[in-house]
Structures are given as structure tokens and as C-alpha cells.
Design a protein around this ligand. Structure first.
Ligand code: IPM
Ligand code: MG
Length: 368
């Protein structure tokens, strides 16, 4: 029997309650498909600070290092974050640190609007065409998030100067471009590369390198789009996109925009992958939405992004594609059966029943 070790880091806000549902779904999938998951939970974010004084406690990091993958919830609490130095806050000290520590340069965010949720998409029906189905491939360990210098200078007389640095090297662009072209090959073979080549040095290099890498993928149609136009095209004609390749910051922004088109940020899973090592890909799987402290602990959060993130883990890190498809189909069934958390509920939709986090998890578990 295949055996996998998972570090489950639920984190803050809605993290623990959506993680609970994802683990429930993994447990039934494990029984049905006959593999064994050793799931160990550990604190991260404010939960880490409260338990061990650090957003990423040593024991949690050690657990991650000895695991085959990380299933992550979300971290950061806007109320508490300003009470500690910015380097110690959960986003930087846990999330960004893990991305860098494990070399997770490739972030995949698949956005798909289910037919049954057409009403939850902010765009008019005619703009939704045959359906919105976009994979955002975001570079995750470079660009402005990590470039040095990154600091705030005190210029005196109450004047401060904040500096972030956008930096990319050729190999960093090449490796993420390969990931995007390979993903496009398995989909509709269309890649749109996003940049700001009309203004940024980074944009010029990005475009040159992606074009060069594209010569190896003659079967994939490549086009380039400036990021401002890309943001607009997502609103006007989202069906033109198959795979969107973005640097770190642009991908952060456009993936939230794309997620809204998919019905709700609460439906967007993500996979963050490093280099493949002897056939195994260590991965970090998390919902793209945040901790949503306003609805935390109230059984209101949509657990689907967390559950779909678990499905991505089975597929990309464990090679269990059939089990991943079973989870994705179960999510589709729960939606088709009318189960709606608050974020995707509309009182005017016939046959819709408003459910909580647990009930959505139960409906998906029952459908496996
Ligand atoms: C995301 C989030 C993070 C990011 C934050 C929480 C640091 O917005 O994963 O998209 O900006 O990458
Ligand atoms: Mg984001």
C-alpha cells in the first residue's frame, strides 16, 4: 500500500474549520482508494506564536521537512499583526518563509466556474460563454516579494522612503515558463504571458525569455499581454484565456480577480511546487483566500478551496490522479445538488440550500 506523510498546518481564522473538512474528505478517499495517509497537525501563524512564540515554530518546520507535502490553511490576523515587528508577522515569517525555504517557485491556481454557479460570477451570462476555465501559473519565489533591497529609510523631518525591488534572472523565468507550457499542453494549448514590457526592465526580459522557451513548445500558442490589459481582458472576455503565466506580484493580483470569476475566492485552491526530485514533487497546498477573521469559527466559511487543494496534493505530489478526480467530482456533485455556503448563495436561485462549513464537507464526503 502506498504511504504518504502530510504536515497539516491549519493556521488562523477559518483555517482550522476548513482544514477539518479537508481531512475528513481525505480520510474517506484514503479508504476508498486504498492508500495510507499519515497526517500530522502542527501550529503555524498566530497559532504558532501562541503555542511556541514563533509564526513558524522549529518543530513545525522540522515536521514539514520530514513530510512528503504540506497541506496549509491560512495565516495572519489583521487585528493582531500590527502588534509585532513586520519580519515576525505570519505572512512573512511563515508563509513567505516556507515558499522560499522549500524552493516552491511554481504556484498553480486553477479557476473554473461550475455551470451551476453561473449566478455567482460577477459577469453577465453572455460574457461567461461556454464556461470560464483558467489556470493561473504564478512565479512564487522571485520578483518584488523577495528582491533586495527591501526596506524603509527614515530621511528625517518625518519623511520616509520605502523600497521594494523587482528582480528576476533568466533561469528563474525559464523554469516557470517550462511549467506553464507543460501545463498548457495538458489543457487547451494556449498560453498568455503577462508582463509590463512597455515600462519595466523585468517585463522586457520576461517577454524575451518566455518567447525563447516557447520555441520548444511549437504545439502551444503563445501570446503576450501587458498586465493592465490582462486585468481588463479578464473582465471583458475571460474565455479567451487558457493558461496565464505571471510573475509573482502580477499573479497575486490577477489570481484574485480570476477567482472572483470562478464564483468565489472560497473556491480557489492552489498548489505550490518546487523542483521534482527523483519523481517526487514536494508541494505546498493551500486555499488562495485568506483567514477571513470576520466569519471565523461560525461555520460559515466555504471549505471547497481547502478540499480542492487536498485534491491537488494527491495529484501533484502523490501521483494519485484517480483519487484527485474523485474529490473534484464530489465537489461538483455537492454543488449540483444545491449545497451553497454564504459566499455562493443567492436567494433567487431555485433549489439552492444554504449550508455551513460542516454540511458542505459532509455533502462532499458523502459523494466520494
Ligand atoms: C496569496 C496571498 C499571499 C501573497 C499573502 C497572504 C502574503 O495573498 O497567496 O495570494 O501575497 O502571496
Ligand atoms: Mg493573494
Amino acid at each position: 500500500m502506498k504511504h504518504f506523510n502530510i504536515a497539516a498546518l491549519a493556521g488562523d481564522g477559518i483555517g482550522p474549520e476548513v482544514m477539518r473538512e479537508a481531512i475528513k474528505v481525505l480520510r474517506v478517499t484514503e479508504r476508498k482508494f486504498g492508500f495510507a495517509l499519515n497526517i500530522t497537525e502542527a501550529p503555524v501563524g498566530w497559532a504558532g506564536i501562541d503555542a511556541a512564540g514563533k509564526a513558524l515554530p522549529e518543530a513545525t518546520l522540522a515536521l514539514c521537512k520530514s513530510s512528503d507535502s504540506i497541506l496549509f490553511g491560512s495565516v495572519g490576523l489583521p487585528d493582531r499583526d500590527p502588534t509585532i515587528p513586520k519580519e515576525e508577522r505570519p505572512e512573512r515569517a511563515a508563509l513567505l518563509r516556507i515558499r522560499k525555504e522549500f524552493g516552491l517557485f511554481a504556484n498553480l491556481r486553477p479557476v473554473k466556474l461550475p455551470q451551476a454557479l453561473a449566478h455567482a460570477c460577477p459577469l453577465a451570462k453572455e460574457r461567461q460563454g461556454e464556461g470560464i476555465d483558467i489556470l493561473v501559473v504564478r512565479e512564487l519565489t522571485g520578483g518584488m516579494y523577495f528582491g533586495q533591497p527591501k526596506k524603509t529609510d527614515d530621511l528625517g523631518a518625518g519623511v520616509f522612503r520605502a523600497i521594494d525591488t523587482m528582480v528576476y534572472t533568466t533561469p528563474e523565468i525559464e523554469r516557470i515558463a517550462h511549467v506553464a507550457f507543460q501545463a498548457a499542453r495538458l489543457r487547451r494549448k494556449k498560453l498568455t504571458s503577462i508582463d509590463k514590457a512597455n515600462v519595466l526592465e523585468n517585463g522586457i526580459l520576461w517577454r524575451e525569455v518566455v518567447t525563447r522557451v516557447g520555441k520548444n513548445y511549437a504545439d502551444v500558442t503563445l501570446d503576450h499581454m501587458f498586465v493592465d490589459n490582462g486585468a481588463m481582458q479578464l473582465m471583458l472576455r475571460p474565455t479567451q484565456f487558457d493558461v496565464m503565466l505571471c510573475e509573482n506580484m502580477f499573479g497575486d493580483i490577477l489570481s484574485d480577480e480570476a477567482a472572483a470569476l470562478g464564483g468565489s475566492l472560497g473556491m480557489l485552491p492552489s498548489a505550490s511546487l518546487g523542483a521534482t526530485n527523483g519523481g517526487n514533487t514536494f508541494g505546498f497546498y493551500e486555499p488562495a483566500g485568506g483567514t477571513a477573521p470576520d466569519i471565523a469559527g461560525k461555520n460559515l466559511a466555504n471549505p471547497i478551496a481547502q478540499i480542492l487543494s487536498a485534491a491537488l496534493m494527491l495529484r501533484h505530489s502523490f501521483g494519485l490522479n484517480e483519487a484527485a478526480v474523485a474529490i473534484e467530482s464530489a465537489v461538483a456533485k455537492a454543488i449540483n445538488d444545491g449545497n451553497r455556503t454564504g459566499d455562493i448563495f443567492s436567494a433567487t436561485e431555485s433549489g439552492a440550500k444554504r449550508v455551513g462549513t460542516h454540511e458542505m464537507g459532509d455533502a462532499i464526503t458523502a459523494a466520494i
